[in-house]
Structures are given as structure tokens and as C-alpha cells.
Design a protein around this ligand. Structure first.
Ligand SMILES: [Fe+2]
Length: 460
């Protein structure tokens, strides 16, 4: 039995890659989090963690440095001083945005409290957006009215009117550099090259866009018993290879750490649901992705002789996902993120720049969102296909390893939880219908869940 057969998920507490982490004191205890101290402690803490990441090559390097002489020790001291300066700089740059017009409790939630509002409401908003964005001129006008949040090298916290954290953009992880990203893309390229192609008909049904995607994990949208997708089951061997890679495990591990530290009560809610499912299924149904039951990889398809394409999704809301929580988006690829990687979050009236290697945690189940290029209010950059060579050779056709199936343009890895999994665990019934037949309401208290899930902070 390998790690993957264990009920412990990638990067989850207790897995081999986890380095620990404690839950924060939050509003539920009656005091809330002191934002100033929280930020200072947190950023210092995480900056330190960057240097302790369980990355095998770095561990070996550390051993070598310890065995060598004074010059190396001095070099190491210099590096430590530099890291310390960097950590202080990051403290000074922490970015908090408070939206006086937005209240998490007023976001469009269904009467049962589990998900986004009704289908008719969704269609109404979608029609409104389609009208607003029907040509480039109108799109430029609409996007120019939103609040633009360019990337800074520090976490960005977006608080609602009641100081609840509703959106978090992470800082950079230094080891997730271009080499890391190229390795991750090659892992994905192998997955999509070996796997059977997702049928065109299925891809065309994807309301988010016609790109390659791979949805993994347990879902029970249409039945009381959780199932996994047909494509996932058919290609499980190749998916397992990808999930077992160090690159994916690292992406998953950092996501779990971020969730634990910024959204501790939502993480606890997820962990409780996971425990319920494990206890009912002898560990068979369990979260495989940290605190999430599901993960979706989105990549654009490679087309020989053309520049790399990007994943581009139109306005949508992930309405099956649990309300009162967040999904975690991790951006992948090689591109000029200043121009080509902005996410519109409509109900918050924000447009957020997300470079590759950065996470965005946000309530994708409750806010309409879509990709926007800056050319929609600015223009153009040069796109290049990425290749690798051995031994620092200059690339020529004979010695390069290009990506075969996927583009090196903008893509994403998204972690999410469907409401249906939480309905079972929190109602302690197989389904909402079953709960109702047992005399339960079948709903949930969204306000209570949101007050906990979207961590409250004191602004000083
Ligand atoms: Fe989405």
C-alpha cells in the first residue's frame, strides 16, 4: 500500500510533507484576531518556513554547507541576513483591503444555506454580464471601473465590511521558481499525453471554456453515494503518477498551510466533513487534496506552430460548491502576468492580478468570476513556448524537450469542495432528502458558517 491508499491527503496535517501548524485564535472564541500582531507574527513565521521546506535538493545542499569551511559559513550567514531583511520587508508590505460595500452575509446564497442562489438568479446575472461585456469597448469600460489589485510581494487580504476575510492572495514561495514550474508543467504534459483525450463533446459542455481539464476526487452531486468521474477512473494510473509527484505534493502542501493559517475554522469544518466520510466508509471516501475533496487541473491545448494558448474562462459561478468557504486557485504557466493573469471577482468589484506560483483563496461558489487580460484595458506581450535541455546546452530542435500535449500558457490547479459532501456529513444523513425524511430541516445556517469560515480580524 502506498501513501495514496492512506486516508491521509496530500499536504494534509499528518502527511509526510506536513511540517505542522496550529490553528489561530479567531472570532469564535469571542476575541477575534488582532490583525497587526497576526500579520507580523504570521509573515515572520511563514518567511522562516520558506527556508525549512522539505525539498530534497535543498536538504542535501544544507548538509554540504555544514561540512565545508569558513567561507561557506560566511556565505550562509550572508544568506540568512538577506532572508531576514526580506522577511522585514514583507512585513512592511502586507496589504489589507477593506470593502465597505461588501458583506459576506449578503452574498447570494440559496434559502437552504448550502450553495449559491437559484438557477434563475444565476441566469439573470449571467445575462447581465453578457450584455455588459458584449464587445471590447464595453468590456474595457466595465473593467476599468473595477478596483485593480496589482501583485505585490506580500499577502493581500480582502476584508468585507464586517472585517471578515473573504479573499486572500498569497505571497511568493521562493522554491516555486521557473525550474519548479517547468517540472510541474512537464508532469502535467505527461499526464495529458498518456491519458485518453477528454471527448470534445464533454469539453464543449464545460461552461468555463473549451480547454483541457482533469477533475479529480469524490463527488455526490447526483446520488447519495460518492463517485469519481469516468475520465478519472479510466486514467487513474496516470493520474496517480501525477499526484505522487513532488511538485504536485508541494502545491497541495502549501495550499493546506495557507488555509490552516488564514481560514482556520473553515479548515476545521473541512476536516470534520472528512472525518465523517472516513468513519462511514472505512477510510475509503476521504479528502485526497489537503482540506479538499476535489481538484481540477485546467490547461490549454498545445497547437504546433502557434504561440502558447491560455486557459480562458468566461463569467461563471461554481454554484455546486459549499457556501461559507473558499476554493483555492493556484496559477501555472509561463507568461507576463502583469498583462495576462487577472481574475475578476464581480460581487466584490475587484480585478486581481495572480502570477504563476501564487494562490488565490476566494468564495468561488458565491461570486461570479472570470479571467481578464490586461489587453482588455491595455495591450500585448510576446508569447514564447518553453522547452528544456540537459547540461545547460543552448536549445536546438535535436536537444530540446518541449511540452507535447499542453501549452505552456496560463493554466490553473483549483481545489474545491462540493456542497453535497458537506450536506451528508453535517446533516448526518446520506442526502438532504434523507435528512428531511428523518425530520431534519435539510438546511444549514449560512450566517453562522460564514461568520466562522471567513475569519474575522480586528482593524487597529
Ligand atoms: Fe470557477
Amino acid at each position: 500500500m502506498n501513501n495514496r491508499d492512506q486516508p491521509i491527503a496530500y499536504g494534509a496535517p499528518g502527511s509526510t510533507l506536513d511540517v505542522g501548524g496550529s490553528f489561530l485564535q479567531s472570532e469564535g472564541s469571542g476575541t477575534g484576531i488582532d490583525l497587526r500582531h497576526f500579520l507580523f507574527d504570521l509573515i515572520g513565521d511563514i518567511s522562516d518556513l520558506w527556508d525549512e521546506l522539505p525539498y530534497p535538493e535543498e536538504a542535501e545542499q544544507d548538509d554540504r554547507v555544514n561540512l565545508e569551511g569558513r567561507a561557506e559559513r560566511n556565505l550562509r550567514k550572508g544568506q540568512e541576513r538577506s532572508r531576514s531583511r526580506l522577511a522585514k520587508k514583507k512585513k512592511a508590505e502586507a496589504n489589507v483591503i477593506r470593502l465597505a460595500e461588501v458583506d459576506a452575509l449578503d452574498l447570494p446564497v440559496s434559502s437552504t444555506g448550502w450553495t449559491h442562489k437559484s438557477g434563475s438568479y444565476r441566469r439573470c446575472v449571467k445575462n447581465e454580464l453578457d450584455t455588459l461585456l458584449q464587445d471590447i469597448g464595453r468590456t474595457q469600460f466595465v473593467l476599468s471601473q473595477l478596483r485593480h489589485i496589482p501583485f505585490i510581494r506580500a499577502p493581500t487580504m480582502v476584508l468585507d465590511a464586517a472585517n471578515r476575510l473573504i479573499v486572500l492572495r498569497s505571497f511568493e514561495f521562493e522554491y516555486m521558481d521557473q525550474n519548479f514550474m517547468m517540472s510541474l508543467l512537464q508532469r502535467l504534459d505527461t499526464l495529458f499525453t498518456k491519458s485518453s483525450v477528454v471527448p470534445t463533446a464533454e469539453r464543449e459542455k464545460n461552461v468555463r471554456g473549451k480547454f483541457l481539464f482533469c477533475i479529480m476526487g469524490w463527488s455526490r452531486s447526483y446520488s447519495p453515494i460518492p463517485t469519481r468521474g469516468i475520465w478519472e477512473t479510466k486514467n487513474s494510473r496516470f493520474i496517480e503518477e501525477f499526484l505522487d509527484s513532488g511538485e504536485f505534493a508541494a502545491v497541495c502542501m502549501e495550499m493546506s498551510r495557507i488555509l490552516e493559517r488564514w481560514f482556520p475554522k473553515y479548515a476545521a469544518r473541512c476536516a470534520a466533513s472528512n472525518e465523517w466520510w472516513k468513519s462511514r466508509t472505512q477510510g475509503f471516501v476521504a479528502m485526497k487534496f489537503g482540506y479538499f475533496f476535489n481538484c481540477c487541473v485546467n490547461v490549454a491545448e498545445a497547437t504546433p506552430g502557434t504561440p502558447p494558448a491560455d486557459v480562458k474562462c468566461g463569467p461563471h459561478v461554481d454554484y455546486k460548491n459549499i457556501a461559507g468557504g473558499v476554493c483555492a486557485l493556484y496559477v501555472i504557466g509561463f507568461f507576463n502576468h502583469g498583462e495576462r493573469c487577472w481574475l475578476v471577482c464581480w460581487e466584490t468589484q475587484l480585478i486581481i492580478e495572480i502570477p504563476p506560483g501564487i494562490y488565490l483563496l476566494y468564495p468561488s461558489s458565491l461570486v461570479f468570476h472570470w479571467n481578464a487580460d490586461r489587453r482588455e484595458f491595455y495591450t500585448g506581450d510576446t508569447q514564447m513556448e518553453m522547452v528544456t535541455t540537459s547540461n545547460w546546452e543552448l536549445p536546438v530542435p535535436e536537444n530540446t524537450s518541449p511540452l507535447r500535449r499542453i501549452s505552456s500558457g496560463r493554466g490553473s490547479i483549483v481545489f474545491f469542495n462540493q456542497a453535497s459532501m458537506f450536506q451528508s456529513s453535517e446533516l448526518d444523513s446520506a442526502s438532504v432528502e434523507m435528512a428531511k425524511s428523518e425530520g431534519k430541516s435539510g438546511g444549514t445556517d449560512y450566517a453562522a458558517k460564514a461568520n466562522e469560515g471567513y475569519t474575522s480580524f480586528h482593524l487597529l
